[in-house]
Write a protein that binds this ligand. Structure first.
Ligand SMILES: [Zn+2]
Length: 549
């Protein structure tokens, strides 16, 4: 099958003959540690002739004989120092990614990754647990190994010329049992399998991943069976009476690009022995933006800014990836439901236009100002549905509502590439939802910035005119608007009716908006990152698996 690629397997030094390259990730080529002493001499000799291997963040191919490293290939990927104020877990992730890229370009097809002894490790949370280090290295390597779905399909090869086998050296002094090592790698493989699904959906072009074809891919992933770990439900068309704002965005598309809504449900077993707060039962209710192509609609994107807009589905893609992970790991004490709005923002005679006033699912009169702000139209109705689902729960206080979307260019302007942004409402802030996500992301090279929705954001979307209650947007692009990534969160809360569930209300509901426009990956030709999938998995899935993982 072309849907799954090679993953990573634990291995001991004795098995190195199964591989054709050794990649050492370390912070000092002259101190590799006991485990890798077999390579010390070779690297020291090389270093005496070419000291560029010592430069922080360099990646070096060290020529050696086949008696030292299999196929005579040895790569040293320098992490740089790890203990400065601004160093974080990405130093390991990036070094592994660079190491694999160099190994592949040298002809390796089955590299073996090794973590050197890291002398500059600080005693921070992320570096205290060696599992965190191994996860970051493994996931950085797996990002480099990913081959786009379209290439796999065009060549008929699931690994299309990248690598066929990827190993990870398990340190022998580590007293972990074989069973525990297997469980740890099972977790990494599940993370990667979720990321693969997310990258396939998010990265493929707007025809290969049109709304209908995304739904097909999800159906083959989860099966339309009622007794699988994840139950899938598809709405084949977007009904205006159910989703008035989302249906407006869908109006301009031809039949081939018609929108769909996919709902996924995961219900983990209840484990009443769960003691710690991080292990007690929660229900995640997520809405994902899956805009397969964003032309801007009639408020047309001009000046070449339409290029890359097939990546506007990376919110929905990351959420779908999370459910793939849940299906494999089946964590207890967790219920998760999501609704993915798969819609194209097209230009046609039926397109929705500025000036239209549409009543949202929550009954709010919304004035369309800029049709390029289509993501919030899609999410407001889906967030309203999550709100209804939360209110049906026996304990709505255990619900955690999220919207996940590549929503604004302003997110990238404000924090740059590589950061997801989390914005809590009042109840979520009391629970520390964004802060805990940020802490979890820091452990796994998936960093977050926290933004705050303020009174100016609410003022900005409130209309003073008699026709409408809410303004969907302003006419300018978000990147030309002050607080351009914060005010959409106020709109989402208001248009979905969540503003009635603040800390001052009878039934407070925790809601966090995640803008992953900056973290989903550059909208050019590099594969998507699947961010914020890793951070969400570290926050909500890992604590519910075996304690010793
Ligand atoms: Zn747009």
């Amino acid at each position: 099958s072309l849907t799954r690629m090679c993953s990573i397997e634990p291995c001991s030094l004795l098995q190195q003959s199964n591989y054709d390259c050794i990649i050492i990730v370390g912070d000092n080529p002259l101190h590799l540690g006991q485990n890798l002493s077999a390579f010390s001499k070779t690297i020291q000799h090389y270093c005496a002739k070419n000291c560029s291997i010592m430069s922080p963040k360099s990646t070096t191919f060290v020529p050696c004989s086949e008696s030292v490293a299999p196929a005579g290939r040895l790569v040293f990927a320098h992490t740089g120092p790890l203990n400065r104020d601004f160093d974080d877990s990405r130093s390991l992730y990036d070094a592994a990614q660079r190491g694999i890229e160099l190994a592949i370009s040298a002809g390796s097809r089955s590299p073996l990754l090794c973590r050197a002894w890291l002398g500059s490790l600080p005693s921070d949370q992320w570096s205290m647990d060696l599992n965190n280090l191994d996860r970051c290295i493994a996931l950085g390597a797996l990002q480099a190994v990913y081959c786009p779905l379209e290439v796999r399909e065009a060549t008929g090869n699931r690994n299309a010329a990248l690598v066929g086998r990827l190993g990870y050296l398990v340190n022998q002094e580590d007293d972990a049992t074989a069973a525990l090592v297997a469980q740890r790698f099972n977790f990494i493989r599940a993370l990667e399998s979720g990321r693969q699904l997310a990258r396939d959906i998010g990265g493929s072009d707007p025809e290969r991943m049109s709304p209908g074809r995304i739904a097909d891919r999800l159906a083959s992933e989860f099966g339309v069976v009622s007794n699988g770990p994840v139950v899938m439900e598809i709405e084949e068309s977007i009904k205006p009476e159910k989703y008035p704002l989302m249906a407006a965005v869908d109006r301009g598309s031809v039949e081939r690009h018609r929108g769909k809504v996919v709902h996924l449900t995961y219900e983990g077993e209840l484990n009443s022995r769960a003691d710690a707060a991080d292990r007690s039962h929660v229900t995640l209710l997520l809405a994902g933006k899956g805009v397969t192509f964003d032309s801007g609609g009639l408020s047309l994107k001009t000046g070449g800014s339409m290029v890359g807009m097939h990546r506007d589905k990376c919110g929905a893609a990351a959420v779908a990836g999370l459910f793939s992970l849940l299906a494999q790991l089946r964590p207890p004490n967790l219920t998760a439901r999501c609704s993915l709005g798969l819609v194209r923002n097209s230009i046609g005679s039926g397109s929705y236009s500025p000036d239209e006033v549409i009543v949202s699912r929550a009954g709010r009169r919304v004035r369309v100002v800029n049709t390029d702000a289509e993501g919030r139209m899609i999410l407001a109705d889906l967030l309203c549905l999550q709100r209804e689902r939360a209110l049906e729960l026996a304990e709505p206080s255990r619900a955690r509502l999220f919207t996940v979307a590549t929503l604004t260019g302003h997110a990238v302007l404000a924090y740059g590439q590589g950061y997801s942004i989390a914005m809590d409402n009042g109840p979520a802030r009391r629970l520390g939802v964004a802060a805990k996500l940020q802490a979890a992301g820091d452990l796994i090279a998936d960093p977050f910035e926290i933004s705050t929705v303020r009174r100016e954001d609410w003022d900005f979307v409130r209309s003073s005119g008699p026709y409408e209650e809410l303004l969907q947007c302003n006419p300018q692009p978000s990147a030309a608007t002050p607080r351009g990534h914060q005010f959409p969160a106020a709109f989402l809360a208001a248009a979905s009716g969540l503003d009635k569930h603040g800390t001052d209300s009878k039934i407070p509901l925790s809601y966090t908006h995640i803008d992953n426009a900056g973290s989903a990956g550059r909208m050019k030709s590099t594969p998507p990152t699947a961010s914020p999938l890793l951070a969400v998995a570290m926050r909500y899935v890992l604590p519910r698996l075996s304690r010793c993982l």
